[in-house]
Ligand binder design. Structure first.
Ligand SMILES: C[S@@+](CC[C@H](N)C(=O)[O-])C[C@H]1O[C@@H](n2cnc3c(N)ncnc32)[C@H](O)[C@@H]1O
Length: 252
């Protein structure tokens, strides 16, 4: 029997997304390290009500596989995706401020998805769809290659302890999978309030083939107006933390 290889430990940079997903299905690769711990927090009445009311129109299912954006949104507008939107307040704000774009949010925490649907419903948002699933699998199985105008990753879990750094979602393989999901010229926008994670992100992405860092000094940029303050960021400000924004453009 051939030995299974962990995707975090082998160089998969020459594999296509489909090949990696297929190799996981075939048992050639395994994926054991997750970037989250599933908290089965209770849903509030409002969140449950929003899931019941809006999931049928705004929810996307991982099991449905590759997504056709024009069929889902009924137009060919640029698509912005966000991984780990938390409670979704800033994602809804962005979708409201940019009706000429489509937005896809990916979050594993069901109460967050409920909260985001509630906010979107209250605001009458029509250009937003959500996955309640692990973004790594959504990237591998659902998001077409060369399709996104922008991928956003704001305040990803920093996994502070050195022995947990392997759980950080930003890793070389992740960087390549994000790059493949972007159109040429598309943007990967990251922000964090944890300096050591910011340094890790810059290290991984400055080294990742096929990207250019748009920061003039090769590391961080000012927060662009397009990114509203998130809940985590507001908390970080209160605690006196800094915030680091990074933007990488897909070159090839
Ligand atoms: C620290 S919170 C930040 C939330 C939000 N972006 C904000 O700034 O308020 C990180 C979020 O990422 C989500 N997350 C972590 N790994 C994920 C994954 N692989 N797929 C989808 N969501 C993930 C967590 O559930 C959590 O809600």
């Amino acid at each position: 029997m051939t030995e299974q290889k962990n995707t975090e430990q082998v160089d998969t940079s020459t594999d296509s997304q489909e090949t990696i997903a297929q190799k996981i299905k075939d048992g050639v690769y395994i994926r054991t390290i997750k970037s989250f711990v599933k908290r089965e927090g209770r849903l509030t009445k409002g969140q449950q009500g929003a899931l019941d009311q809006y999931w049928p129109t705004m929810g996307l299912e991982h099991k449905d596989g590759l997504i056709d954006f024009s069929a889902v949104f009924g137009n060919y507008n640029p698509v912005v995706a966000e991984i780990g939107f938390g409670m979704g307040k800033s994602l809804v704000e962005m979708a409201k401020a940019a009706p000429e774009k489509n937005f896809i949010g990916i979050e594993v925490h069901t109460p967050g998805v409920g909260a985001c649907l509630m906010e979107a419903g209250e605001q009458g948002i029509t250009n937003l769809r959500l996955y309640c699933h692990d973004a790594i699998e959504v990237l591998a199985d659902c998001i077409p290659q060369d399709s996104l105008a922008c991928m956003q990753l704001f305040f990803a879990d920093p996994w502070h302890k050195a022995r947990h750094h392997k759980r950080r979602i930003v890793q070389p393989l992740f960087a390549q999978n994000i790059r493949k999901s972007l159109k040429i010229g598309g943007i990967f926008h990251l922000a964090t309030d944890w300096e050591n994670y910011a340094e890790h992100m810059v290290e991984v992405l400055n080294d990742a083939p096929g990207y250019s860092n748009i920061a003039s000094n090769g590391d961080y940029i000012e927060r662009p107006d397009s990114r509203p303050l998130t809940k985590f960021e507001a908390r970080g400000h209160r605690l006196g933390h800094g915030v680091w924004d990074m933007m990488y453009q897909r070159e090839k």
